[in-house]
Design a protein around this ligand. Structure first.
Ligand code: ARG
Ligand code: ZN
Length: 883
């Protein structure tokens, strides 16, 4: 059943307090829910419909009296009380559930023996009958009863107010959350866990106890997560004035978890990968992800929990904003440019394709069948870009004013994206015409820029035009408000001071209290607009869309030599990287055409020289260098083609890599040697940057597949004292098929088979490999004893990893498609959310040639006609076939 944003209605009934009681058992768990209900609108007499799924109803009482069976109806998804009393009343519902059988990892389930919950988006209905929607906010208590030896730790939201022993080896704990919350923020955890404890004193002097819960053997691996949490708490106070609001903050680690983590009030739940780390077993990438996600979930306490969403269509209100906040947090703790590059790359490789395919949706979707399918890169990452545009326009202090007003107006409420927009605009006395279109129009806008310079009048003109492509259900688009940050670079490579711009029939003087301005933000809001810079003494090279000021595709008339000039000179480091990427994309695109016409491939020397200069730079940040010498991903190039050709793109990218390695070999070798270090592992920007550069260079070298570089990689592998370098060396060695590869992979497995997170990396490395015939390899790994279809982490590593390797997944014989088709059906029986993420790999099947189209379509048709298919997979398959 499809649900529409336009059909939103306020709830007829409000829940004021909810008192839950769980009797945990191995066979069955009993849940008693006592709710104080009050009418939402005056004089409601409509039936009270409660959501429920996989529940066994034991009893319902209204005001203490058992409800007769003709006073309510039950169907597989609802319990409806036909004529609830007028005014305030109490309702008590007892249900039975079977967490040990719950493999969907939604609602209450077991993971390695422990109990744990995941309620967002609509999992609470698998725990008890409830109005499972975010605008129903109540105060909760939760009493948990269970066996004391099996479940020594009993946790829920808020404060522990009572605990004690019971007969029969049982005990109980009573928790009370003083803050009103929607049910998706409810959490319960019970099991054999130990904690690392620390504390944080907030700006107003509140001492908060911090606990990270894991199985005992993993406790040593929680120190980086604890560090991250304390940094996040400090950062939110410093940057946004937001203080934690309870005396206790818990984080629980579970191995089986559908998403990354969950921001349940004061009881965040994380999948292991995003908490546990040690230098030996986790990479710099893992450390960075932990910092970001611990920050993300913590920041939700204000953006998500204190102020929540009116309905699920508003998801980006909390997710876009919270992703933006975690990006800023990581930037402030690391290197801003490098973080920006990473975030923009992610947007380009994952969100752009979604925006151009059958699943394209606005950051606020207009309808859904299954909400879980809309926890997407569009809602999250593009949503974060939309939030970033407010900051670009209003500046850091204007953005802060907007945030302050947002909390002042909406603390304790469930609100909409318009409410956020209004707070931002009102706090800055601004009106942003066409800005709200970002919330309702899907598709990545393309902005064309043409420039001209008039020497006589010393005027430099930029003509901008925009085009938002049609997307499913949205054939026509309106112009959007697009902030375009621009600087003008003079012939010596310096930014020109900008004095005034003419646009919209008026001249705007640019100055910052008498100080010159070097970057200005053009407010581009019509289909076409011209901006004329005055007093420009010579023809400049424009540096456009600095810092990537809007989530668009930019199509400018900059020449190759302009781009090489910007690559070498732009004061905006992001745009230096960008210039290199545009050059690389152009190069790859033209080589793809050569390859398709069976011409010999050759690399232009200017490109090699440009990269050599970057590689040799002693002034640039090392991690920046690593990013700048990394070629755009295969997906980005396929995106530019009218018919995506994975074989050609793969061949070209491999060719360029090898050719660069060949021509830059000495510089690459020097970079590897000079970036070794015997210091103990530390996660700080300098060390991370050093390792990033060394590992990127090693990967280039290994592509040569020559004995000396193989020897070098083997040495790096053997001498590595941390996972970042060990894994990079393993990845380098496994680029080329052969005995060296097999031996290294086996050695690594034998070393790490005890550590399931490292084994997941090992799966992912093989799954993403582009060696010939990899489908069969992955098929074999599916039967590996360490693989487990019920663990999402392993599925994402092996199956997800495989789908991310275009040459193997899109193998011309259809073997990749067939493999995925079978896996999806198998997975769907176990875990529909995970199956639906996997089936998404098929969604862009129309981008390929006819042979591939037919093969992929056949799999989608096979899937959609399967018996008992989940709504999750159905929605994706249906939309993929329809568009
Ligand atoms: N709110 C969580 C986060 O982004 C994501 C949970 C989504 N879960 C789901 N089953 N869709 O931090
Ligand atoms: Zn989130």
């Amino acid at each position: 059943k499809e649900i529409f944003l336009k059909d939103y209605k306020k709830p007829d009934y409000l829940f004021d307090t909810v008192d839950l009681e769980f009797q945990l058992g191995d066979e069955k768990t009993m849940v008693t829910s006592k709710i104080a209900v009050s009418p939402g609108n005056e004089g409601t007499s409509s039936p009270l419909a409660l959501h429920g799924c996989d529940l066994k109803l034991l009893s319902i009482k209204i005001n203490g009296t058992e409800l007769k069976s003709d006073k309510y109806t039950v169907d597989p998804r609802h319990l409806t009380i036909l004529t609830p009393p007028a005014g305030v009343f109490n309702m008590e519902i007892v249900t039975e559930i079977y967490p040990q059988l719950n493999t969907s990892l939604e609602g209450l389930y077991r993971s390695t023996g422990n109990f744990c919950t995941q309620c967002e988006a609509e999992g609470f209905r698998k725990i008890t009958y409830f109005q499972d929607r975010p605008d129903v906010m109540a105060k909760y208590t939760c009493r948990i009863e269970g066996d004391k030896t099996l479940y020594p730790v009993l946790l829920s939201n808020g404060n522990l107010i009572e605990q004690g022993d019971l007969e029969g080896g049982k005990h109980y704990a009573l928790w009370e959350d003083p803050f009103k919350k929607p049910c998706y923020l409810f959490a319960l955890v019970a099991g054999q866990l130990e904690c690392r404890e620390d504390s944080f004193v907030t700006c107003s002097g509140r001492k908060v106890t911090l606990r990270i819960w894991t199985p005992a053997q993993d406790l040593p691996k929680t120190s980086h997560a604890m560090y991250s949490l304390k940094e996040a708490m400090k950062w939110d106070e410093e940057v946004f004035g937001l203080e934690y609001d309870l005396d206790l903050f818990n984080i629980v680690v579970v191995p089986d978890f559908n998403m990354g983590a969950m921001e349940n009030k004061s009881l965040n739940v994380f999948q292991s990968r995003l908490v546990l780390a040690s230098p030996e077993a986790a990479t710099d990438g893992d450390y960075a992800a932990i910092l970001g996600v611990i920050g993300h979930e913590y920041f939700h306490n204000w953006t998500g929990n204190r102020v929540t969403c009116r309905d699920w269509f508003q998801l980006t209100l909390k997710e876009g904003l919270t992703v933006f906040r975690d990006q800023e947090f990581s930037s402030d703790l690391g290197c801003r440019t490098v973080k920006r590059i990473a975030d923009v790359s992610k947007l380009r490789s994952y969100q752009f394709p979604q925006d151009a395919g059958p699943m394209a949706h606005p950051i606020r979707p207009l309808s859904y069948i299954k909400m879980d399918n809309f926890y997407t890169v569009t809602v999250y990452e593009k949503g974060a870009e939309v939030v970033r545009m407010y900051k670009t326009m209003f500046g850091a202090s204007g953005f802060r004013k907007g945030m302050d007003l947002y909390f002042q107006r909406h603390d304790g409420q469930a609100v909409t994206c318009e409410d956020f927009y209004a707070a931002m605009c009102d706090a800055n006395n601004a009106h942003l015409p066409n800005f709200l279109q970002w919330y309702s129009q899907a598709g990545t806008p393309t902005v064309k820029v043409t420039s001209s310079y008039d020497e006589g009048s010393q005027a430099f003109s930029l003509k901008l035009s925009q085009e938002v492509p049609p997307t499913p259900g949205q054939p026509m688009k309106e112009p959007m408000f697009i902030p375009v940050a621009v600087g003008l670079v003079d012939s010596t490579g310096k930014d020109m001071p900008l004095t005034s711009i003419y646009s919209d029939g008026r001249v705007q003087t640019l100055s910052n209290d008498g100080h010159p301005i070097f970057t200005t933000v053009l407010q581009f809001k019509k289909k076409e607009e011209e901006f004329i810079f005055n007093n420009v003494p010579e023809r400049p090279v424009p540096s456009l869309l600095r810092g990537y000021s809007a989530p668009i595709r930019l199509d400018s008339d900059l020449t190759e030599s302009d781009l090489y000039f910007l690559l070498a000179n732009d004061s905006d480091e992001f745009n230096r990287w960008e210039a290199g990427q545009i050059l690389a994309r152009k190069l790859m695109f033209s080589l793809v055409a050569d390859f398709q016409q069976q011409k010999t491939l050759a690399l232009n020397t200017k490109f090699v020289d440009g990269l050599r200069a970057i590689l040799r730079s002693t002034s640039l940040d090392k991690e920046f260098i690593a990013k700048a010498i990394t070629l755009p991903g295969q997906g980005e190039i396929m995106d530019m083609m009218s018919i995506a050709d994975p074989d050609a793109v793969h061949a070209v990218r491999t060719f360029i890599k090898k050719e660069l390695a060949f021509q830059l070999k000495d510089d690459l070798l020097a970079a590897v040697t000079s970036n070794r270090s015997s210091e103990a592992y530390a996660f700080n920007h300098d060390s991370v940057a050093r390792r990033a550069l060394k590992n990127t260079c090693l990967a280039y070298l290994a592509s040569l597949n020559e004995p000396d570089v193989t020897e070098l990689a083997l040495n790096e592998y053997k001498s590595a004292t941390n996972m970042t370098e060990q894994f990079a060396a393993l990845a380098a060695l496994s680029q080329n098929p052969g005995q060296v590869r097999e031996d290294a992979l086996l050695d690594f497995y034998n070393k790490w088979q005890q550590d399931y997170l490292v084994v997941s990396k090992w799966f992912a490395l093989q799954a993403t490999s582009d060696i010939p015939g990899n489908v069969a390899n992955v098929q074999k790994l599916l039967a590996h004893p360490a693989f487990d279809m019920r663990n999402p982490n392993k599925v994402y590593s092996l199956i997800g990893g495989f789908c991310g390797s275009p040459v193997s997944f899109h193998a011309k014989d259809g073997s990749g498609y067939k493999f995925l088709g079978e896996v999806v059906l198998q997975l769907d029986k176990i875990n529909p959310q995970v199956a639906s993420r996997m089936v998404s790999a098929f969604s862009r099947w129309r981008r390929y040639d006819e042979t591939r189209q037919a093969l992929a379509k056949a799999q989608l048709e096979m899937i959609i006609s399967a018996n008992g298919l989940s709504e999750n997979v159905y929605e994706i398959a249906l939309k993929s076939l329809a568009a």
